[in-house]
Design a protein around this ligand. Structure first.
Ligand SMILES: [Zn+2]
Length: 181
């Protein structure tokens, strides 16, 4: 990322918007804006540690209420919410914190909620080759609540189901039940 270029562009944007940036508080605002955006758009690096499913764990692993925010690729405004991730293991299980990290991995970029939901599921399928995966994201999009329709508090709910969480009626039903509890 070009921080200097982003700072200059932020200064230009603010001035094009007719804002007077010549005060003690505002002088460094373009640089702060640029730093804040680069921080929000920089993907974290982490080791996707997986382990042998030595005990043969055969039930769903569900991690709920993983907080995230991302930036919508249409308005570059935040959407803020929670993720629920479930998987049915086969031979490998994943360190639980990695499920929070993978949400961060796909959140810190320009996104749509729909794509992010699928990317998280794809990552799990690729890393673990599990029997099934389910991902649900619920988020408030500030581009919808602070402008346009101004639907403050409206929540967008997206899910994707793979493997047994899509195809096996019992597993699918269990996952749906977990989502509504
Ligand atoms: Zn948007």
């Amino acid at each position: 990322m070009d921080l200097e270029g982003a700072t200059a562009a932020a200064a230009q944007l603010l001035s094009a918007l007719g804002l007077d940036m010549d005060s003690d508080h505002r002088r460094d605002t373009p640089a702060r804006m640029a730093r804040a955006l680069t921080e929000m758009l920089r993907a974290p690096s982490f080791e996707p540690t997986t382990f042998d499913n030595a005990g043969g764990y055969d039930e769903l692993v569900v991690v709920d209420r993983i907080p995230f925010f991302s930036l919508c690729e249409h308005h570059v405004l935040p959407f803020i919410g929670e993720a629920t991730i479930a998987y049915a293991p086969k031979d490998r299980i994943v360190g639980l914190s990695k499920l929070a990290w993978v949400v961060q991995l796909y959140a810190r970029r320009l996104q749509t909620q729909e794509a992010m939901t699928q990317q998280i599921a794809d990552w799990l399928v690729e890393q673990l080759d599990p029997k099934g995966v389910g991902v649900r994201l619920r988020a408030e999009h500030l581009c919808m609540s602070l402008r346009g329709a101004r639907a403050i508090g409206a929540v967008t709910d997206t899910t994707t189901n793979r493997g047994v969480l899509a195809d096996d009626p019992a597993r699918r039903e269990e996952w749906q039940r977990r989502l509504s509890s």
